[in-house]
Every structure is written in C-alpha cells, then in structure tokens.
Write a protein that binds this ligand. Structure first.
Ligand SMILES: [Zn+2]
Ligand SMILES: [Zn+2]
Length: 313
C-alpha cells in the first residue's frame, strides 16, 4: 500500500522486492499494527517523508531463516554521534525511521537492518505482538519517564494507553483515563483495561495525579494535564506531533512540575519492555483489516471511532 504523496489515499500496487543488503533482513510480514504516527505521515504533518513510501512501523514477520522478528520505528542510527555514544540513539540527527524515511510494513515484505529488530517472544502471536512495537515500546519509554508515580493519568486512551494501563496496574499504580468528552465507548474500554477512573478531558480527576502522559495529538491537553498533576508531578508528551499548545499561566508549571516530551525509542527500551513482558502478559483489543483496506483502518483511527488498535493482517 504505497504513499505516493501526502494527503492522498494509499495505493494498492506492486513494487519490486529488492534483495536485502549487508546486515539487512527480509521479513515476510505477518502483521503490521497501525500507529497514529502513520496518520501524521499520510496527512502531511511530518516533514520530508521519503516518497514514494510504504508506511508502517509495528511489523512482525518471519525472516528468510525462519526467525520471528519485530521491526520498530527506529530503523537506523549513525552510531558515532554524541547522542548515539551516550545511550541516546533515539535523538540521533541522522536516524532513519521505518515507515517514514525507510520503507515499512504496509506490504507483504519488509527489509530492515537486523541490528534494530527485536526477537518476538514465542508466547505472542504476530497480531498480539505488533502493537507492542511502537504503542508498547515508546509508550513504555514515556511511562518510565513519568517516574514512580502512584496515580498516573493517560490523556487519550488508544493503542498505547491500553498496553500501559496493564503494565501500570501490574506495578501497583492507579490509572486515570481521559478521553474525548462524552466518548463513553473509550471510557468503558479504559476501565476494561484497568483504569480506576475514566472521564472526559474536560473533567477533573477525583484526586491530584502524580504524573500524566499525553498520548493524544491535541495541544490543549497539555495545560489541562498540568492542572491535574500535583506539585513535583510530571507531564510527558508521548506523540511525535501535536497541535500548538495554548499559552497557560506559569502557576500551572510552578511547584516543580515537569513538562517533557519523549522522542522515538532506543534499542535498550525495547529490550527492557520485552524483559518486563516475560512475567506479564499483555492483552490488547484489536480490529483486524486486510492489507488492502489500510485506508479504512487509517480513517477509523482518524475519526476516533476505533477502539483499541487497528492491525493489518
Ligand atoms: Zn547518531
Ligand atoms: Zn508509532
């Protein structure tokens, strides 16, 4: 499913299957989960995608040697810059990203640098594992940035939040879910996944939070989240793109509240998540679309009607 130009539907077409180069693997795609970042690429909200492009960066499949591999968003880094050599390869200026500046997984095959792939635990099917590769992984990075918050808010309850809510609950945290106002389906979904409270983003939680993660791409949620965290609390923005944040009184940040973003992932984040999942089973709710209906999957995510994660399989 090829993106020829932003703001146009993906096109079902045939492209030549190239041979993997040195250090690369060719993976027969079993499942590719849909991420909000895919929407940002298609909608032209991220600059300079490599065109034409196969989007998709939560890929699970089997390589030519029969190994089950996951291909995530971080597809390549330079390995020599100050970021790469200080454990922050997620910030590498020369990084390449699957489904953005490298071809991704809305296809029958994908080619990836082996060093950036993850081995998928046998206990997860391809469909179960695919959402872990970005929603899980970058979500887990954001979760760790939120520190040891006991009461944690998730602003926007979709693919990432459903995974994080289960990890947070297992860690003994209390999850408070904020959805679009009146989105009863999303609020019920959040409670099913372990949230102890769910309400609209215009509502106040019953008690102050220790941290909040903003998953939704709406800038006005940032001051709202700051309003809900107590002194010393953190607000972590987990998305790659967000509408402008409205100005807000300094009093919302005062009291040593912290506002930060999380960018991309490191391979160490992936290893940490998969290590955590050895003793914790994540159950995601998913809607499956055949590959040729990728545009419908994106439309469902864009409209907000999708509950859980869309997967192409
Ligand atoms: Zn680098
Ligand atoms: Zn993603």
């Amino acid at each position: 499913m090829l993106l020829r130009r932003p703001r146009q539907p993906l096109e079902l077409t045939e492209v030549e299957l190239r041979e993997p180069g040195p250090g690369e693997v060719r993976v027969k795609v079993e499942c590719c989960a849909v991420c909000r970042t895919d929407l940002h690429v298609v909608d032209g909200e991220l600059p300079d995608p490599t065109l034409p492009l196969i989007i998709g960066h939560q890929i699970v499949g089997t390589d030519d040697h029969g190994r089950r591999l996951g291909i995530p968003w971080l597809g390549w880094t330079c390995g020599v810059c100050g970021y790469c050599t200080s454990g922050r390869e997620n910030l590498c200026d020369r990084a390449r990203f699957t489904g953005y500046t490298l071809d991704g997984g809305y296809a029958e095959y994908a080619i990836a640098d082996e060093r950036f792939c993850f081995e998928i635990p046998e206990s997860y099917t391809a469909e179960e594992a695919a959402p872990l590769l970005c929603a899980g992984l970058i979500g887990y990075r954001a979760y760790r940035m939120a520190g040891d918050a006991r009461r944690i808010g998730f602003c926007g309850f979709g693919s990432s939040a459903q995974i994080l809510a289960q990890i947070a609950k297992a860690d003994g945290r209390e999850v408070f879910a904020f959805t679009r106002d009146g989105d009863v389906a999303a609020q019920e979904f959040a409670r099913r996944k372990g949230a102890i409270w769910a309400g609209g983003s215009g509502e106040a939680p019953p008690e102050p939070l220790d941290a909040a993660i903003v998953f939704a791409a709406a800038g006005e949620l940032v001051p709202a989240a700051l309003r809900h965290v107590g002194k010393g609390g953190s607000v972590v923005c987990a998305g790659i793109h967000m509408s402008d944040i409205p100005s807000f009184p300094y009093a919302l940040l005062w009291g040593e509240r912290v506002l930060r973003s999380v960018a991309n992932l490191t391979r160490a984040d992936g290893l940490a998540l998969f290590e955590r999942l050895k003793t914790l089973r994540i159950e995601t709710e998913r809607t499956r679309y055949p590959l040729e209906r990728a545009n419908d999957a994106l439309a469902a995510l864009r409209s907000g009607e999708l509950v859980g994660t869309a997967v192409l399989a």
